[in-house]
Design a protein around this ligand. Structure first.
Ligand code: 5GP
Ligand code: ZN
Length: 121
């Protein structure tokens, strides 16, 4: 069981962080947790989430920018360890309904392992 800095009892990713819902863990430290996406959109598809119930990119502010910066250090480390650095990878965060965000807890998708389509950034 992990410490969550502040969590929402109804949130799927808060439950995953706490271990109440099982997940395929890739990495964990005091501030963030990474696990494999249940419905992978690429050969490697990992989600990186903060151990705090930040709802989306829209809630990033001076209060949590150090945490978010740390998450990007972790993203680069995971990509290296997963062997994605040479081929490259995409980091995505869907924010709000137009972007089809389906889980309201900030997460960065790491997608790699195959050549992606151009478009959508
Ligand atoms: P979003 O659509 O919000 O950007 O991304 C949410 C992601 O969470 C989706 O890619 C979806 O497959 C993944 N997901 C949803 N429920 C679960 C779950 O219970 N376990 C895992 N590992 N991934 C999940
Ligand atoms: Zn949450």
């Amino acid at each position: 069981m992990s410490d969550v800095l502040n969590f929402d009892e109804t949130c799927l990713f808060c439950k995953i962080i706490k271990g109440d819902i099982p997940s395929a863990k890739v990495y964990e430290d005091a501030l963030c947790y990474a696990f494999r996406d249940i419905n992978p959109q690429a050969p490697t598809h990992i989600l990186v989430v903060p151990k705090a119930h930040i709802r989306s990119v829209a809630e990033i502010s001076a209060n949590n920018e150090a945490l978010v910066g740390h998450m990007f250090t972790v993203i680069a480390k995971i990509a290296r360890e997963e062997g994605l650095e040479e081929g490259g990878y995409r980091v995505v965060s869907n924010c709000g309904p137009d972007a089809c965000q389906s889980v309201p807890h900030l997460h960065f998708h790491i997608l790699g392992g195959a050549k992606m389509a151009e478009g959508m950034a």
